[in-house]
Design a protein around this ligand. Structure first.
Ligand code: NAD
Length: 392
């Protein structure tokens, strides 16, 4: 099958196995070139391991610290006629790289919110890994089925308090236009917290702890985006921000509850980057294409892998990591500092459909977007016939 990108709205509905493998390889190669992570993790569980920040976490743990990794993800398997999701191919490529490097690895494909998948993970850890010393929680999902009641909750991306009109960028149509978002109801906020808040993170840690598979001094982290003024109305102070605040509650509760193993739970604030999750959030594609422009000029641009390698070396495995007042780790300072934000705000005020390609890093944004799905790599032959049916 010859596979060309099929972009629909903010998503690409197919993916390229060879390009996804190239995406993983580049991240692995980059980590291999960095110094080994001192006193890094050895037995790692990554929940949401197949794309974006979770994939980068798995790669960093494995290739930066020689860790055995168990990954959990929710991806679609390919058939002879239909490509799998990018996360499927990324996971297959990760397995291959780990195999070649003689690292132990295993992945479980299924709903991480369910107790079945938690139990499968625990069973695997008991049989093959012993005890886990790092749990990375990197899920981004629009819905969650409550494992106790069976009720399905959907998250929404809406402002809180009042209607909000702003600019946004339509990836598919290459168009900057205005968007008006209605305020969330109380129910919307509660549902979003239910999906993207800390409850499931706590449930994972409880079940892992009760099964005796967490090592003494185990660390766990969940990822957040805090951002600044430009994104607060739709992110930080919006429904998703409320859910992320709930992660702060959960991290304190986890520290308090699992003192017997001296568990350390961190919320880690990362920079805005093109991922499947962020592409779906109104405002973010436009904001990200502007920060790419400014941060590349400043020489501070980073992708997922650079962010996560720094999180491990300067945060999770540093002797005395810097924490904010809420006890969070921050890798987002190059984006959120005042000088950089002032430049981005100035561009934001000026950007229109007509000057978008000139003011924003349109090419950089698009290239990263395509690469999420394995397209846009200059060394991949996209006219070649490839077999979409890749197994792992
Ligand atoms: P992503 O869409 O690239 O990755 C999501 C991962 O979750 C995938 O591995 C997917 O398979 C998995 N997943 C989703 N639903 C699942 C389910 N029910 N069961 C098992 N696995 C499931 O997203 P991302 O941008 O890497 O986001 C990861 C975390 O990082 C999120 O908490 C997000 O808020 C946070 N974050 C993202 C950004 C950004 O700009 N992208 C910035 C800061 C923080």
């Amino acid at each position: 099958m010859v596979i060309k990108p099929k972009i629909r709205g903010f998503i690409c509905t197919n993916s390229h196995p060879v390009g996804c493998a190239e995406n993983v390889k580049r991240q692995v190669d980059w980590v291999k070139q960095q110094p080994k992570i001192e006193n890094g993790p050895k037995n790692v569980l990554v929940i949401g391991c197949s794309t974006g920040y979770g994939l980068a976490s798995r790669i960093t743990a494995a290739f930066g610290s020689g860790a055995d990794t168990l990954g959990v993800c929710f991806e679609k398997e390919p058939t002879e006629k239909r490509t799998g999701t990018a996360g499927w191919y990324n996971t297959a490529a990760f397995h291959q790289q780990a195999e070649e490097a003689d690292l132990n690895y295993h992945s479980i494909n299924g709903d991480a919110f369910s107790d079945e998948i938690k139990q499968q993970s625990i069973d695997y850890i008991k049989q093959h890994m012993g005890k886990i010393d790092l749990v990375v929680y990197s899920l981004a999902s629009p819905k969650r089925k409550d494992p106790e009641t069976g009720e399905l909750f959907s998250s929404v991306l809406k402002p809180v308090g009042k209607q909000y009109t702003t600019k946004t960028y339509h990836t598919d149509r290459d168009e900057v236009h205005e968007v008006t978002l209605d305020p969330a109801t109380d129910e919307d906020i509660e549902n979003t917290i239910k999906v993207m808040g800390g409850e499931d993170w706590e449930r994972w840690i409880k079940q892992l702890h009760d099964a005796g598979v967490l090592a003494k001094n185990c660390q766990t982290t969940a990822y957040t985006y805090i951002g600044k003024k430009l994104t607060w109305p739709i992110y930080g102070h919006a429904t998703i921000g409320r859910a992320k605040e709930d992660l702060d509650r959960a991290s304190s509760a986890l520290d308090d509850t699992y003192q017997d193993i001296n568990l350390k739970a961190y919320v880690s604030s990362l920079k805005a980057l093109v991922t499947q999750a962020s592409s779906a959030i109104p405002v973010m594609p436009l904001y990200i294409s502007l920060i790419y422009k400014v941060m590349k000029e400043e020489g501070t641009h980073e992708g997922c892998i650079e962010q996560i390698y720094r999180l491990f070396t300067e945060g999770l495995y540093a002797d005395s990591p810097e924490l904010d007042d809420a006890g969070r780790l921050h890798m987002d300072g190059y984006e959120t500092n005042e000088a950089t934000q002032a430049k981005i705000e100035a561009l934001w005020d000026r950007v229109t459909q007509d000057n978008f390609h000139e003011l924003a890093d349109y090419e950089g944004y698009h290239q990263d977007f395509l690469r999420l799905f394995g397209f846009g790599f200059e060394n991949v032959d996209y006219d070649a016939d490839v077999n979409p049916k890749v197994n792992w």
